[in-house]
Design a protein around this ligand. Structure first.
Ligand SMILES: Cc1cc2nc3c(=O)[nH]c(=O)nc-3n(C[C@H](O)[C@H](O)[C@H](O)COP(=O)(O)OP(=O)(O)OC[C@H]3O[C@@H](n4cnc5c(N)ncnc54)[C@H](O)[C@@H]3O)c2cc1C
Length: 410
């Protein structure tokens, strides 16, 4: 006879762990299946904005083991601006860098101690009967088994086999990102600022919509990486290894870089999805295309959407899929749509250059840029950043058809 639980979560990254711990703490029986080992790593910049720290606080995850970050240093050409994270009623005035191997281990352990049963080296596929997801088929080295569930939460990261099965794939015309990172020794490993270089160029001199980052881990190393949006000219031929090498050369001196402590690895940043729920299932985190196109941040969106999916299940399993879809849409859709439009805007080299000059032109404008890009606008006290965001939403909405029509061809 097949096992039965209230909730199956496929994927043990931040999104899956958040959903599992929230559902288990609320009294649901939860089984998590993760295809990787316990302690698996995830290719990431490891940066946590104050919004992500707030989500970790909400989940009661102590962040003492992370490296605390006071703000962001933005570099655009010869212009450098150092900005402390804004403090608001909603978000703390600090962020963190927490290497994913350790962050994800802390999260999955919290899910386990909340009562979720976690199985590693276990690949799960949805069991679909009459168009309804009724559980999962789990494959391990010891064989396969079925686990039935009232709801299946899909937390499988950037779309793969599960997403294809459910039709939760990327929207063809929408932007996405690619990014690469490695770890390097540096005496500045305990700096308390994230650093982002906004003026990257590929080996042909084409400006890259994206940024290079130095995220100090506080453990002797810095997470160094570069990311680019698919809206740039020549994106298909973009060589991320070369882009990383040239960015590395530009920061080598100021950061006194030593040896690499890992291999440079790249992965996708999904920024849209055709559908994020259906009968019996809800997709969260990267599996729901929830990555901020303005900065590539996805950990927070994974944590928040995981909590929302679990909350809707706990409120009432019947209709949870639609209520989750509505709730996640209400919280994120307009911001992420503005972000995707922004991605088309900065795919135009001239607009990218002009935009950058404006974005970091003065200290107060750079502050607004920081709040808008980090989705740190506090709805209760929106201030100047809130006004800029709603103006950008309207203006980019009007310009969108033109920006898409004139988008750079690969
Ligand atoms: C280079 C790079 C840098 C980034 N930098 C940052 C950053 O600094 N800050 C930030 O907030 N975000 C960053 N992101 C984005 C961030 O990494 C993701 O948004 C985040 O990991 C999403 O979490 P998730 O739980 O949805 O998915 P994931 O972390 O990808 O977890 C999904 C899990 O599902 C498992 N899985 C998949 N299929 C199955 C299956 N069939 N059965 C069982 N298990 C399965 C996988 O093994 C994986 O462990 C970066 C991304 C990249 C590529």
């Amino acid at each position: 006879m097949a096992e039965r639980v209230d909730v199956v979560v496929i994927g043990g990254g931040p999104a899956g762990s958040a959903a599992a711990m929230r559902a288990a703490r609320g009294g649901a029986s939860v089984a998590v299946f993760e295809s990787g080992d316990r302690g698996r790593d995830k290719i990431c910049g490891d940066g946590l904005t104050p919004r992500a720290v707030a989500a970790l606080n909400e989940l009661n995850i102590p962040i003492d083991a992370s490296h605390r970050i006071a703000g962001l240093r933005m570099i655009a050409g010869r212009q450098t601006r150092e900005l402390p994270w804004p403090e608001s009623g909603r978000f703390p005035g600090y962020g963190a860098v927490w290497p994913r191997q350790r962050l994800d281990a802390a999260l999955i352990e919290a899910a386990e101690s909340s009562g979720a049963a976690v199985s590693f080296n276990s690949t799960a596929m949805p069991l679909i009967d009459d168009g309804i997801v009724r559980g999962v088929q789990v494959e391990t080295s010891n064989g396969s088994r079925e686990v039935l569930a009232e709801k299946v939460i899909v937390a499988t990261g950037a779309p793969g086999a599960v997403a294809r099965e459910l039709g939760a794939v990327r929207v063809a015309d929408e932007p996405f990102g690619l990014a690469i990172r490695t770890y390097v020794e540096s005496p500045r490993h305990a700096d308390d600022m994230l650093e982002a270089c906004l003026t990257l160029r590929d080996e042909h001199g084409t400006p890259v919509p994206g940024y290079g980052w130095m995220f100090p881990c506080g453990d002797g190393t810095v997470n160094i990486g570069v990311g680019a949006l698919s809206t740039m000219k020549g994106f298909k031929n973009l060589n991320l290894n070369k882009l990383l090498a040239s960015y590395r050369a530009s920061v080598e001196g100021p950061w006194s870089l030593g040896a690499d402590t890992g291999r440079a690895r790249a992965w996708r940043l999904p920024m849209s999805v055709v559908k994020r729920s259906g009968p019996g299932w809800m997709a969260i985190g990267d599996a729901a295309g929830l990555v901020n196109p303005m900065n590539g941040e996805g950990i927070d969106y994974g944590l928040e959407s995981g909590m929302l999916a679990a909350d809707e299940f706990l409120r009432n399993p019947t209709g949870a899929e639609q209520r989750y879809d509505d709730a996640v849409g209400e919280r994120f859709d307009s911001f992420l749509r503005t972000g995707r439009r922004f991605a088309f805007l900065i795919g135009h080299p001239f607009l990218l250059r002009t935009g950058l000059r404006m974005a970091v032109g003065t200290h107060s404008i750079a502050n607004i840029t920081l709040q808008v890009m980090g989705n740190l606008v506090d709805g209760d006290t929106p201030g100047a950043a809130g006004r800029v965001l709603s103006f950008a939403d309207r203006a980019l909405g009007l310009a969108d058809p033109l920006l898409r029509k004139t988008r750079a061809k690969a």
